[in-house]
Design a protein around this ligand. Sequence first.
Ligand code: ZN
Length: 503
Amino acid sequence: MEEEKLFQELLDKISVATRFDYASSLLDWDQQTQMPQGGAEGRALIFAAVKTQGFRLFTSDAIGDILRKLNKVEGSSLSPEKLLIVQRMSVIYERAKAIPPDLFEAFNVAKSKAFTIWAQAKKRSDFGLFAPTLEEIVELTRKIAECYGYESHPYDALLPDFEPGLTTDELKKIIEPLRAQLVPFVRALTEQSDKPDESLLQGHFPQDLQMKLSQEALNLLNYDFNRGRLDLTVHPFTTSVGPDDIRVTTRVSPWKIAHCLFPTMHEAGHALYEQGKDPLLKWLYLDKGISMGIHESQSRMWENMVGRSRAFWQFFYLKLMDIFPYYKNILFEDFYRAINVVKPSLIRVNADEVTYNLHIMLRAELEADLIAGDKILVKELPQIWNAKMEKYLGVSPKNDAEGVLQDVHWSSGYFGYFPSYMLGNLYAAQLFATAKKEISNLEEEIAKGNLKILLEWLRPKVHRFGLIYEAPQLLREVTGEGPNPKYWLEYIKEKFSPIYGLK
Ligand code: ZN
């Protein structure tokens, strides 16, 4: 019983730190949806103060003591799930403590400077402007990797913040065979002469009606509006501002219908995951150290495997025609093909379902080599970037803004984050293949508008305790094997070959 009492004490202490983390999320949500521009400077100070206080409380010696005691117990009386929480919290705690305060501060100062310089460099499309700052960030990140420690590759030390349980070598073993099949498949699709007509997705779509369509989609996905809300922003995101307050945001372009609906469904996938979390996890300090790949698998599953599927639109097309009568004159089949167009392009965030992973492979390879220190230099980045774009996607950036400067991640010190996007696609396909096996009428039900059947399958298997597992372990338990990219390859070949009339 001693352990039970200690465990409760641990939860109580962590929950106090978590309150500050939720408060910082609310400040951030407000900044991105409501705050007047003039508030930015003051907000940065308030945000930093609240965030730092949460971090301080979480890294207190008292929490460290309890974690050490609970982690030491042999033949513990705690349930396996509680023990798992202790182990995961210990890892997050030790990593948070591994960075000396002066290095932590130097890194934060460098990052806040870097964001502004990156934004300017991107605007002027001049990598040279950003290079010295990026060199500094890479240098500091390498120092942080040394503090965390690693066996064979410094990049291994950074991955656990986003994808615990994955190493650089394992990542390479996923990427290389996948790319070998993906590049020729994309080429085969794009060489087909009968291409979907994307212009069907353009027109005049007023903001209020697009938001109405997004609301309808969220209702259909069983997003709980009693514990969430939908708002407008520039870059869509999902955030938890409390244990039962999981908010999604979306964007609107008045002339492009897909630019609002699919990001909404993507964010809804993240939110459904958070809304399905076990109450035991709701007050844990989990801002890092969980599988972002599994998180992303949920957004990609609802956005792509459901949201861009024929079955989903067999039901939802009626709603679309209701809100936008323009689609009464468009053939269902043409619309379905239009939302599934495959076109190699320069910008990652606009990439389609098939080519997206190639954008990620390029970034994962570059950042692992940058962190290695002796493989590539920062100043060589634009040239290597462009060469890889040509090789993987067959397109070449004309300038740095549409090339190496397009993403914010490196200026924010996020090295190791990019692979999560690709892994999310792979995990989603693997989980979805199992769901289809276990729910034999899944597609028929989706076509009837019954999406609850999938959510109820995901809840106990993935959502409830998923956050606490490393991805390979969770996948083994749910699908019977560790990460296997073959499911995603099968999924895209099966889906896109007929769309493009490929035999
Ligand atoms: Zn996402």
